[in-house]
Design a protein around this ligand. Sequence first.
Ligand SMILES: Nc1nc2c(ncn2[C@@H]2O[C@H](COP(=O)(O)OP(=O)(O)O)[C@@H](O)[C@H]2O)c(=O)[nH]1
Ligand SMILES: Nc1ncnc2c1ncn2[C@@H]1O[C@H](COP(=O)(O)OP(=O)(O)O)[C@@H](O)[C@H]1O
Length: 391
Amino acid sequence: MAEDKDIFVNDEQHKVLARGIDLDLSSCQTSTILGDKTYVVGGSDDKSSLSIQIFDNSNEKWIIPTVLGTKPSQCQAQSAVLVNKDRIFILLKDFKPDDCIWFLEVDTQYVREQKKILETEVVAWSKGAKGDRPMPVVISGPSGVGKGTLISELMKEFPSTFGFSVSHTTRAPRDNEKEGVHYHFTERQAMGKAIQEGKFLEYASVHGNLYGTSLEAVEVVADAGKRCILDIDVQGAKSIRAKSLEAIFIFICPPSFPELERRLRARGTETEEQVQKRLQNATKELEQGRSSGVFDHILTNEVLEDCYKSLKKHLGLDGGMDVACHTSPKIARLPLDKLISETSDKFLIHRGGSERGKASENSFVLDLSSLKGGAPGRTRGFNIYTVKNSL
Ligand SMILES: Nc1nc2c(ncn2[C@@H]2O[C@H](COP(=O)(O)OP(=O)(O)O)[C@@H](O)[C@H]2O)c(=O)[nH]1
Ligand SMILES: Nc1ncnc2c1ncn2[C@@H]1O[C@H](COP(=O)(O)OP(=O)(O)O)[C@@H](O)[C@H]1O
């Protein structure tokens, strides 16, 4: 094992910072250097979130960056270290094991893109999550074609395999719809703000209302070890495809236009005006669905049972087993009072009180060598394991 390099901010790294930055060590402020910039995390009076400041060593000025992504709340950073030369790995204090690993991206592709768009200094939070994300399923099709019906059949038959991505929408709830189950019903202004803050994977204006998939909606399903199903329109499917998010894209067609109209009216959930709007949009959606090249499979929902069978076949579910795509992440209990040490892209985490620099049974290795994903979503693909004394 390479020699441990102490990166705990309270001592060694503090010395590196002899450039006029006084860290507030009582509030566990950490600092990390990348090029000319020193990223200082934590230490605000507001204990409800971690503050971030950047000291530009080239002109000795402080910068308050725009902070994107979902931030950790109510916490103090215990340790921080640069990984991959583009993000700061941050271990939080007093947090549950599943919640203490975070990444503050400072120079990833996402952050560089956002800097260009926003024309300001940008950093982005991404929560560390164990386990890989099973490939999501995107289902699109015109209103009334039977998407919801097919999805609820899948969820009923395979409750451990699938989880539904609950979208946000500005449309009013229908009588049978529940907040947080069918949609997160929201005000346009609040949704616009959340979109600006980078919290959405995609969004689109459909039938006069705003609809969108938040990153959180997809990640909570993946966190539960389930395969995410998204019921979104063609524009949303296109934008997910463009982001190269690995997914299976399925488009559902009606057997005929009159049958689509019959189903939509028979459902009885829309006013006449809304039915007309949905039917008008259906022509364009059907054209785009069939010809856009976005969809991997195009199914016709004539007889429900047949279409459902065909859907299952395309999803590799002919066997009918209901199993989670991966078991819930088994995470080694991370010690609280801890120090971390770096050995290339592996980090040794010592339980407080153990002799520093010596691996013990109380030590853990955090292996970041296969990091995947990142802001504005979760960072996945790392491992945690205990260290044997022989290391
Ligand atoms: N782009 C996008 N479209 C969505 C989202 N959620 C729902 N939609 C689409 O919005 C359209 C209208 O949905 P809804 O009002 O529930 O009506 P329904 O399709 O008749 O059940 C449908 O095409 C949905 O697939 C989303 O998060 N993003
Ligand atoms: N294959 C089918 N044959 C007849 N009716 C269907 C079929 N599939 C769905 N339906 C009915 O059509 C209506 C619209 O289906 P729904 O799942 O709400 O569509 P979507 O979610 O695409 O808007 C519902 O009343 C549903 O019961």
